[in-house]
Design a protein around this ligand. Structure first.
Ligand SMILES: [Zn+2]
Length: 96
């Protein structure tokens, strides 16, 4: 029995290995990677500079890195809350 993990795009299910890459632990095909709209370094620099300008005026404001760190944590919590809610509905439906 093979224990090799199947390589499959998380979004569309593509399994052609040559078009799939691992992005932060998620398998993504070339077409779906384009649709993600990942930022170019120049765009990221502009955002970081914009956040820095705001922080210079008000030190309470977050840096771009702090904002991104915060958003990742908030998004994860939101995802888990929504997943618990759906799993609860699924469980109730199976018992009603
Ligand atoms: Zn895909």
């Amino acid at each position: 029995m093979s224990t090799k993990k199947e390589i499959r795009c998380y979004q569309c299910g593509e399994t052609e290995e040559s078009s799939i890459e691992d992005l932060f632990g998620y398998m993504v095909c070339r077409a779906c990677k384009v649709k993600l709209g990942l930022y170019h370094d120049e765009t990221i620099k502009k955002h970081a500079e914009s956040f820095q300008r705001a922080k210079d005026l008000n030190p309470q404001k977050p840096s771009y890195k702090e904002e991104v760190d915060y958003r990742l944590i908030a998004m994860e919590k939101d995802y888990i809350s929504k997943r618990i809610k759906l799993l609860h509905i699924q469980e109730r439906l199976s018992q009603l």
